[in-house]
Design a binder for this molecule. Structure first.
Ligand code: GLN
Length: 503
C-alpha cells in the first residue's frame, strides 16, 4: 500500500514510530497530486515549497527527540475561504484573485501547532455559495467517482482531494451543508461541528449566524482526531464557546447499545428510492446493534429552505459589503467613487453571489424587513424549539445526508431553485446550531457506476462525542466494502491519467 492510500491514523502511526519520515509522506502526497489533479481540479493553489519546509521542521524535531504534536507530518488541504498566512485566499472569486492572506486563521495555527503540514488551498463555490463547486471562478472540480459529475459543494475541492487520495484530511466550511453534502457525494466523512465549537477567526464570513468550520477525511476516526486539534475557545471569534477537557477520539469506540435514535419523517421526503434502500440497511444494522429506533415528526422542518434563503442572503449581503474595491482585492478603473464601487463589484462577483446580495438586500430593506427577515427569524426560533422537543425523546437523529447521489456537471446550474432544494436535509442543522456528521453508507447503483451516498447523524449542541461514536460503530461494520470500492476508484483514476499521457 502506498502512503497516499492510507488514512490519517495509519500515516500518523508510521510517522510516530519513525517507519517513514514526514518528508516521505509529503513526497507520496505530491506524487499523487501530480498524477490525478489535472483530471480533478481540486486545488486553486498548491503550496509545495512551504510544505516541504514544514515537513523538514517536523522531521528535525523528531530527530531531536522533541514532540511536534499529535498530527506530526499529516498533510492537510484547506478550503480557499480560510486564511493561511502568505498564501492567496480567493474564496473562489475573481474579486479576491490576487489577495494574499496576512495572517493565519485560528484553525490553521491550531493544526500547524500539532505538526500538520498545509499542502494547498482547495476549490469552492464562490464565497461558499453553491452546492456543486460550479460557481467557482477557477473552474469546476470533478467528482473522482465519475468525472462527468459534480463533487458537491461548496467544499467540493476539499472533498474531491480526500476522495481521490491527494490528502488524508481537508478542511471545509458548512453554512447550510457545504461539508456534509460534498462528503456524501464523494464517499468520505465530514463533520459540521456545533455552532461556536470551532473558531471562525480568519474564515471569510458568508452567513455569520450559521457559518462553521470542520474536518473532512476518509474515516470517522480521522475527523474526530482533526476536531481534537481544531475545537476550543478562541477570544478572536465572538461566537466561540468555552469547552474544556473534551476529547473526540477517546471513547469513540464505546458501545452504542441502548442509544435512542430518531428519524425525522420530514427529512425522508423526496429522497430517491436508491438512497432510501441504503438508509434502510443502516437502520437495520443499528437495530442489530441494540439501538432503539423511533420515527419523529418535526413539522417546522418543511420551512427550513425558506428560512435559510432569507437569513443566509441577508447576512451575506452585509458580510460582502466589505468587498468594495477599496480595501480588498480587485479595483476597477472608474471616473467617480460610486462607479468604482459598482464596477469593481459588478465585474468581480459572479452571478450566484450577485443574486444572493440582491435577495439579501431586498429582504432587509425598509418596508420588507418585517415581512421577510423578521418572520424568517421567528420561524427559525420555532424550528430550534421543535428540535429541542425532538431531542427530549432521543439521543441522536439520523437521515440520508442528501436526497440523491452526485448529479451531472451542468445539470442544475441554470436552475437555482432546484439546486437550493437539494440542501433540504442539511440546512435545518445549521439553522438550529446543532452538530452533524456525514459518512458513507453505501452506493447508489442507479447510473451503472458506483456513486456513494451519505448518512447524516445529527446530535444535540456540543454532543459531537455521541455523534462520532454512532458513526464509528457503523463505519466498522461497513468499512471493508467502502474502502475496497474507494481503492478501485482511486486506481482507475491513476490509470486513466497514465493512458492519457501515453496517447
Ligand atoms: N448550498 C448552500 C448554499 O448555497 C450551503 C452552502 C454552505 O454551506 N456554504 O447556500
Amino acid at each position: 500500500m502506498k502512503i497516499w492510500e492510507m488514512t490519517a491514523k495509519e500515516i500518523l502511526d508510521l510517522v510516530s514510530s519513525r517507519d517513514v519520515s514526514a518528508m516521505e509522506v509529503l513526497d507520496s502526497c505530491f506524487e499523487r497530486i501530480s498524477e490525478v489533479e489535472p483530471q480533478i481540479n481540486a486545488f486553486i493553489e498548491l503550496m509545495e515549497p512551504v510544505a516541504r519546509l514544514s515537513a523538514a521542521r517536523v522531521d528535525s524535531m523528531l530527530d531531536d527527540g522533541e514532540n511536534p504534536g499529535f498530527l506530526a507530518g499529516l498533510p492537510v488541504a484547506i478550503k480557499d475561504n480560510i486564511c493561511v498566512k502568505g498564501a492567496p485566499c480567493t474564496c473562489g472569486s475573481k474579486i479576491l484573485e490576487n489577495w494574499i492572506a496576512p495572517y493565519d486563521a485560528t484553525v490553521i495555527s491550531r493544526l500547524v501547532g500539532q505538526g500538520a503540514i498545509i499542502v494547498g488551498k482547495t476549490n469552492l463555490d464562490e464565497f461558499a455559495m453553491g452546492s456543486s463547486t460550479e460557481t467557482s471562478a477557477f473552474g469546476v472540480t470533478k467528482n473522482p467517482w465519475d468525472l462527468s459529475r459534480v463533487p458537491g459543494g461548496s467544499s467540493g475541492g476539499s472533498a474531491a482531494a480526500v476522495a481521490a487520495g491527494m490528502v488524508p484530511i481537508a478542511l471545509g466550511t458548512d453554512t447550510g451543508g457545504s461539508i456534509r453534502q460534498p462528503a456524501s457525494f464523494t464517499g468520505i466523512c465530514g463533520l459540521k461541528p456545533t455552532y461556536g465549537l470551532v473558531s471562525r477567526y480568519g474564515v471569510t464570513g458568508f452567513a455569520s449566524s450559521l457559518d462553521t468550520v470542520g474536518p473532512m477525511g476518509e474515516t470517522v476516526w480521522d475527523c474526530a482526531l482533526a476536531l481534537d486539534a481544531m475545537a476550543g475557545f478562541d477570544k478572536l471569534d465572538p461566537a466561540s464557546y468555552e469547552r474544556r477537557g473534551v476529547s473526540y477520539v477517546s471513547g469513540i469506540d464505546r458501545e452504542v447499545r441502548g442509544l435512542k435514535v430518531g428519524i425525522p419523517e420530514e427529512l425522508l421526503d423526496g429522497v430517491s428510492p436508491d438512497v432510501i434502500d441504503r438508509f434502510e440497511a443502516v437502520v437495520d444494522l443499528l437495530k442489530d446493534f441494540g439501538v432503539e429506533i423511533q420515527m419523529l415528526n418535526i413539522p417546522s422542518l418543511t420551512y427550513a429552505i425558506d428560512i435559510y434563503y432569507i437569513i443566509a442572503p441577508a447576512e451575506a449581503s452585509s458580510n460582502l459589503a466589505r468587498f468594495d474595491g477599496v480595501r480588498f482585492g480587485k479595483r476597477a478603473e472608474a471616473e467617480t467613487l460610486d462607479q468604482m464601487y459598482a464596477s469593481s463589484r459588478g465585474s468581480g462577483f459572479g452571478k450566484e453571489v450577485i443574486r444572493r446580495i440582491l435577495i439579501g438586500t431586498y429582504a432587509l430593506s425598509a418596508g420588507n424587513k418585517e415581512k421577510y427577515y423578521v418572520r424568517a427569524a421567528k420561524a427559525r426560533t420555532m424550528l430550534i424549539e421543535d428540535f429541542k422537543k425532538g431531542f427530549g425523546k432521543v439521543d441522536l437523529m439520523i437521515s440520508p445526508a442528501t436526497p440523491y447521489a452526485a448529479f451531472g456537471i451542468g445539470e442544475k446550474i441554470e436552475d437555482p431553485l432546484s439546486m437550493y432544494v437539494g440542501d433540504l436535509i442539511t440546512i435545518p442543522v445549521n439553522l438550529a446550531g446543532l452538530c452533524a456528521l456525514s459518512m458513507p453508507m453505501g452506493f447508489s447503483q442507479v447510473s451503472g457506476t458506483d456513486l456513494p451516498c451519505g448518512l447524516q447523524v445529527i446530535g444535540k449542541p456540543f454532543d459531537e462525542n455521541t455523534v462520532l461514536r454512532l458513526g464509528y460503530s457503523i463505519e466498522r461494520a461497513i468499512e471493508e466494502e467502502i474502502r475496497s470500492k474507494m481503492g478501485h476508484m482511486r486506481r482507475g483514476l491513476g490509470l486513466a491519467r497514465e493512458a492519457e499521457l501515453v496517447d
